[in-house]
Design a protein around this ligand. Structure first.
Ligand SMILES: [Zn+2]
Length: 271
C-alpha cells in the first residue's frame, strides 16, 4: 500500500468545486490513491460522514485520519473562552472521538484556534484540551493538533499537557504562508503523526498542488525526515481556481504524481 493519501470532504458543501464529495472519492481511487483523509465542518459525525465512510470501505480506501471542524456556536475559538459554548464544543469533540474509535479511525486532526481570531491562551482552554486528550486515551484515538495562524499555541498546549495521545499535524501551507517556513521541528520531533501537504505563493492559503506555489520542497521534506516523520504524505489541495480548466480526474492524477515525487524524496532522505 502506498504512502500517499488525498483529502476528501464530508460536508453539506463539497470540498472540491463543481464535483460532489462522492465523485471526488471515486476519482481519488481511480487516480491511484489507496488512502484518504476525511475533512468536515459540520456539527459532528452524522449521515454525511457515515455515507462517505461506507463508500471508502466499498472502494477499499483506508481512512488515515479525520479532520474535525465545527460551525456556528461550536467554532474552535470557543475553546479558549469562559462560556457554555466552549463546554458544549468539548462535548461535540468527545462525541466525534468516540465515533472515530467505533469506525476504527485512529487519528483526529483539529485546529486549535480560528485563523481570523487570535486566541487568548488560558487555563480554561488547557482544561478543555485535557478533557479531550483524556477521552482520546480512553478511546485510543490520537489527537493531532494542527499548526495554524497563531504562534505559540501548540507550544502552550504541549507545555501543559503530556500524553502519548497528543500529537501534531504539520500543515506546510500554513507554515509557509504565516511563518515563512519557520515551524519549530526540533520542539515537535517525533511528535508529528499527520501532514497537510499543499502549496501557496504566500499571498493566501491557496491549497495548491505541490510545486504550483513557491514552497521549497527539498527543505520541507528534509525537515520532516529529520523530525522522524514516518506516516503518510497527505495532500490537502483543492480542485478549484485554474485547475478547473481541466477535468477533475486530471487534477487527482496530477496530485498523485506530485506526491509520489515528494514520497521518493522522503525515502531517499531516509536511506
Ligand atoms: Zn491544513
Amino acid at each position: 500500500m502506498s504512502n500517499l493519501a488525498m483529502v476528501v470532504g464530508c460536508d453539506e458543501k463539497p470540498f472540491n468545486q463543481k464535483i460532489t464529495d462522492e465523485e471526488s472519492l471515486r476519482l481519488i481511487k481511480k487516480a491511484g490513491f489507496s488512502k484518504v483523509f476525511l475533512s468536515w465542518n459540520t456539527n459532528g459525525w452524522g449521515a454525511t460522514q457515515e455515507n462517505m465512510y461506507t463508500l471508502c470501505r466499498a472502494l477499499n480506501l483506508k481512512i488515515v485520519f479525520a479532520h474535525l471542524g465545527y460551525r456556528g456556536t461550536h467554532l474552535i475559538s470557543n475553546i479558549w473562552k469562559n462560556t457554555n459554548d466552549g463546554d458544549k464544543l468539548v462535548d461535540y469533540i468527545i462525541k466525534d472521538i468516540k465515533e472515530l474509535a467505533y469506525h476504527n479511525i485512529k487519528i483526529a486532526v483539529m485546529h486549535t484556534s480560528k485563523s481570523s481570531e487570535e486566541p487568548i491562551l488560558c487555563e480554561i482552554g488547557i482544561e478543555r484540551f485535557k478533557k479531550i486528550v483524556k477521552a482520546c486515551e480512553k478511546y485510543k484515538v490520537t489527537l493531532a493538533l494542527e499548526n495554524t495562524k497563531w504562534s505559540g499555541t501548540l507550544e502552550y498546549i504541549f507545555d501543559n499537557i503530556q500524553s502519548e495521545y497528543l500529537r501534531v499535524c504539520y500543515d506546510c501551507g500554513h507554515d509557509h504562508l504565516h511563518f515563512k517556513d519557520s515551524f519549530n521541528f526540533d520542539r515537535f520531533k517525533g511528535k508529528i503523526v499527520a501532514t497537510h501537504i499543499h502549496d501557496n505563493d504566500q499571498r493566501d492559503d491557496q491549497h495548491l498542488l505541490p510545486f504550483d506555489g513557491n514552497i521549497n520542497w527539498n527543505t520541507i521534506i528534509k525537515k520532516l525526515k529529520d523530525a522522524d516523520y514516518v506516516n503518510e504524505l497527505t495532500c490537502e489541495s483543492n480542485y478549484r481556481y485554474g485547475y478547473q480548466i481541466a477535468k477533475p480526474f486530471k487534477f487527482f492524477k496530477e496530485a498523485y504524481k506530485r506526491l509520489e515525487i515528494l514520497n521518493k524524496m522522503l525515502k531517499e532522505k531516509q536511506d
